[in-house]
Design a protein around this ligand. Structure first.
Ligand code: ZN
Length: 161
């Protein structure tokens, strides 16, 4: 997986982002308010999950993913944010797809986290496409395109490749 995406996951696991709440406590920002919804205490969990604007974005992303996998994926923070998929009940290849698709969503949330609105689904789709194409080159080079197709085939079919 791309190094930058991996780095985002590491930052995520350590909640290492400077949220409005953290900046406020450090005296670097006059308020701890969420830049998106105006909620008074914008801690990490709020910024990446609980904020109603971001919750709606996750809802839309999960709906897209469920459509691709043709299986209802629940909007739960542990598998989607932390990548811990013990209870999610999907095939291994589907979990791989889900993991990458969520990582793209997390990247978009974090790179635009000072924005007023949620990231767009168009941007997310483009990001997932980029990952699919990159992974394809890697699997192709290893001579196991069948593995690639198992993970990405339905996405590529939906995206109209
Ligand atoms: Zn908010």
């Amino acid at each position: 997986m791309a190094t930058r995406l991996r780095l985002i996951q590491t930052y995520f696991l350590h909640a290492a982002y400077l949220t409005p709440d953290k900046l406020h406590r450090a005296g670097l920002r006059s308020s701890a308010e969420c830049t998106r919804c105006g909620s008074p205490t914008a801690d990490f969990f709020h910024m990446v999950w609980a904020c109603p604007i971001i919750a709606a974005y996750w809802g839309a992303v999960v709906q897209e993913i469920s459509g691709v996998l043709q299986e209802e994926v629940e909007r739960l923070p542990v598998p989607l944010l932390l990548g811990v998929m013990g209870d999610i009940g999907l095939r291994r290849s589907d979990r791989t797809f889900l993991g990458v698709a969520c990582l793209v969503a997390k990247r978009d949330i974090m790179t635009e986290w000072k924005a007023k609105n949620a990231p767009t689904l168009t941007k997310w789709r483009r990001g997932v496409d980029w990952c699919a194409q990159r992974e394809k080159l890697i699997y192709e080079a290893r001579g196991c395109l069948n593995k690639h197709n198992k993970i990405w085939g339905r996405w590529e079919g939906t995206a109209g490749f």
